[in-house]
Design a protein around this ligand. Structure first.
Ligand SMILES: C[S@@+](CC[C@H](N)C(=O)[O-])C[C@H]1O[C@@H](n2cnc3c(N)ncnc32)[C@H](O)[C@@H]1O
Length: 342
């Protein structure tokens, strides 16, 4: 593990995050109390359907043990929805059901009730709740995903930011919902290349996500060769080395030292990080949220961007109520308006 990088389960405060305030890694789970309503469900078996027809759940083809079991799963799904903000469509609910079943098997719970008990237990409950919510997330990502946006980043955003910060030479970029880290490392490769090794600059790219599993992949910075197909050849040769194990490629220290990964649930009412971020990548996360949540999260995120800073949204996303605060560039990249001087 790198110096200054403890495991994601490490202490909540780290002395030197190079200007990024520490993000609590053991945040209280906002809706922990929601578990209460799961506790008093009647005893039920997870895998003994009495009547296939009667027990077919409206969200998909999966069957349930009985009506109570169905209700118990619905309560679990509601807990996940409140915890993550993710809109659980019928299809996503059906997917979640399959994953919860697999999770029950993995942790040795014979039925849903015992899984709920595990969730509610003091010793393991918090960690298991995190596991449960991460079952609902989609962590699909790739290096240089939506290449036109990286083109705008390199040719428009970066030169402007560098010129704005020429005196202070401090650059902060945040990837909110970074999944397994490819987005963060794509940004880092461009930065290190264009800033000639970032010498003389204090640069940090922070990746945050809800899923600890995704974040631990990001922290390792090791990817299968097949995942590097979109990485420009020059970057491939300069920034990757063959890892000791198998077909994996390891990002070099030059790239890793400008990156930082922390767990942050965007449903939290406040984000413990600086409010003068230069560029925020918030791509392909809001599309999964319900509209009201999307609106609130977009507002909170944009509060952390400095005036004149840049926001990069996924191609299918929009600014919701924040339109008046931004001017569009291209490829769904926006500049936050500076306050007019009187
Ligand atoms: C599809 S990935 C997007 C990855 C990357 N930004 C990209 O565009 O390639 C969506 C990520 O959002 C994360 N996510 C979903 N809900 C979240 C929440 N409430 N707080 C933080 N991250 C969340 C998921 O864990 C997942 O890794």
């Amino acid at each position: 593990m790198r110096a200054g990088h403890r495991g994601l389960d490490g202490p909540a405060r780290e002395p030197n995050l190079c200007g990024w305030p520490s993000l609590g890694t053991k945040q209280p789970l906002a809706t922990r109390a929601g578990l209460e309503e799961l506790r008093d469900e009647p005893e039920m078996m997870w895998s003994q359907p009495r009547n296939e027809q009667e027990n077919r759940h409206p969200s998909g083809g999966e069957t349930f043990g009985d009506a109570d079991q169905r209700r118990l799963f619905d309560n679990l799904a509601e807990l996940v929805r409140r915890e993550t903000g993710i809109a659980l469509t019928a299809a996503r609910k059906a997917q979640l059901l399959g994953k919860v079943r697999m999770r029950c098997e993995a942790v040795g719970c014979p039925d849903l009730r015992s899984y709920v008990q595990l969730l509610s237990s003091n010793a393991k409950g918090g960690g298991e709740l995190e596991k449960l919510v991460s079952l609902a997330t989609t962590n699909v990502t790739e290096f240089f995903r939506h290449p036109d946006q990286f083109d705008v980043f390199e040719k428009v955003v970066l030169p402007e930011v560098v010129s704005d910060k020429q005196t202070r030479r401090l650059l902060r970029i945040w990837s909110a919902g970074c999944a397994t880290g490819e987005e963060v490392y794509s940004i880092a490769m461009i930065l290190v290349d264009k800033l000639e090794g970032s010498r003389g600059w204090d640069v940090k790219i922070l990746g945050t996500d809800l899923s600890r599993d995704a974040l631990s992949v990001a922290e390792r910075g090791r990817y299968p060769i097949g995942a590097l197909k979109n990485v420009p050849r020059g970057y491939l040769l300069r920034f990757f080395r063959r890892a000791p194990e198998g077909d994996l490629m390891q990002l070099t220290e030059e790239i890793r030292r400008v990156t930082l990964f922390r767990r942050l649930n965007l449903m939290e009412p406040r984000y413990p990080l600086r409010r003068d971020v230069d560029v925020i990548f918030f791509r392909n996360v809001a599309i999964y949220f319900e509209p009201e949540i999307r609106r609130a999260v977009m507002f909170r995120i944009s509060e952390h961007l400095r005036p004149g800073g840049f926001l990069v949204l996924g191609p299918a996303e929009n600014l919701m109520d924040m339109r008046h605060c931004f001017e569009p560039l291209r490829a769904n990249v926006f500049r936050k308006k500076r306050k007019k001087s009187r």
